[in-house]
Design a binder for this molecule. Structure first.
Ligand code: 4FN
Length: 245
C-alpha cells in the first residue's frame, strides 16, 4: 500500500513514520510512505503557498494553485488509483471501520491543512473524502495524517504479526480487557487469580466479560454500535443483561 502525504511541513513526519513498526513496514516493502512539500509546486520567487483570506479576517488560507498542482502531480506519480483524503475538523469522524475500509485500498493521498485551512475550491474539485480524527482544535492536519497512516498501515498484511491484530470484528467496538504482567503482587496489589489459573476457557470468558463491562461503563456509545453492527453474541447479550444493560 502506498501513502502520499501532502503537507507544508514534511519535517513534522520524522519520528512517527521513521521509527518502529512503520519504519520496519517500509523497509519490508509492505508499505510506501512518500512525503511531498506543497511548496515544491509554488511558482513565485517567494514560494507562496498561502495568502490572506477574501472577506478579511485573521490568518492565512492555503492557496488553490500550488495545492491543486501538488495533488495532480502526486496522483500522476503512480499508476495505482488512490483516494485523496483531506484531514479536516469538518470531516467524517475516523473509526476503526473506516480504517479497515481504507486498508483495502492500493493507495491513499492525505492532504494536510494548515493556517486557517485550504481554499474551498480545492475541496470541491480534488478532494474525494474528508476525515476528522476528533473534536478538538489542532494547529494543522499533520498529526491527523499520522494517525491515519498508523491506524491503516497496521492492518496492511505483513506489517504486524497477525496474532497481535485483534481480528474479531468486535475489536472495532469493544474496549480492551485489563492487562497484567509480572510481578504477581505489586505494591500489595495482586493479579486477578483467574489469570494465573491456567484455565484458558475461564480466562477467555473473564477477558470477554471485562471487555463488555468496561465498554458498558466507559463507552456505552461503542456498545450501542457493536449491537447495531451485530457483533455481540448471545452470551455477550446475556452477560450485558446481567450488568443491567
Ligand atoms: C469543532 C472543532 C473540531 C473543535 C474545530 C472547529 C473549528 C476548527 C477546528 C480546528 O482545529 N481548525 C484547525 C485545523 N484543524 C484540523 O485540521 C483538525 C482538527 C481536528 C481534527 C482533525 N482531523 O483532521 C484534521 C483535523 C488545522 C489548521 C487548518 C484548519 C483546520 C476545530
Amino acid at each position: 500500500m502506498r501513502f502520499d502525504i501532502l503537507t507544508l511541513f514534511p519535517a513534522m513526519f520524522q519520528g512517527p513514520l521513521t521509527e518502529s513498526i512503520l519504519k520496519r513496514a517500509q523497509q519490508a516493502g509492505r508499505i510506501e510512505i512518500h512525503l511531498h512539500d506543497i511548496r515544491q509546486w509554488t511558482t513565485d520567487r517567494h514560494r507562496t503557498a498561502d495568502d490572506t483570506p477574501y472577506g478579511g479576517g485573521a490568518g492565512m488560507v492555503m492557496k488553490a494553485e500550488p495545492l491543486a498542482a501538488a495533488i495532480r502531480a502526486v496522483r500522476a506519480a503512480d499508476e495505482r488509483p488512490g483516494v485523496t483524503i483531506l484531514l479536516t475538523p469538518d470531516g467524517e469522524l475516523l473509526t476503526q471501520q473506516i480504517v479497515r475500509e481504507l486498508a483495502t485500498l492500493p493507495r491513499l493521498l492525505l492532504v494536510c491543512g494548515h493556517y486557517e485551512g485550504i481554499d474551498e475550491r480545492v475541496r470541491e474539485t480534488l478532494i474525494d473524502r474528508e476525515l476528522s480524527i476528533g473534536d478538538y482544535v489542532l494547529t494543522g492536519g499533520e498529526l491527523a495524517a499520522m494517525v491515519v497512516v498508523d491506524a491503516v498501515a497496521r492492518l496492511v498484511p505483513g506489517v504486524i504479526d497477525s496474532e497481535s491484530i485483534v481480528e474479531e470484528s468486535h475489536s472495532d467496538f469493544l474496549l480492551e480487557y485489563p492487562h497484567y504482567t509480572r510481578p504477581a503482587v505489586w505494591e500489595g496489589r495482586a493479579v486477578p487469580p483467574v489469570l494465573l489459573s491456567g484455565h484458558h476457557g475461564e480466562i477467555a470468558r473473564w477477558r470477554r466479560a471485562e471487555r463488555l463491562r468496561r465498554t458498558l461503563v466507559r463507552r456505552p456509545d461503542l456498545l450501542a454500535r457493536a449491537a447495531a453492527a451485530g457483533v455481540l453474541t448471545k452470551a455477550d447479550l446475556a452477560l450485558l443483561a446481567e450488568l443491567g444493560w
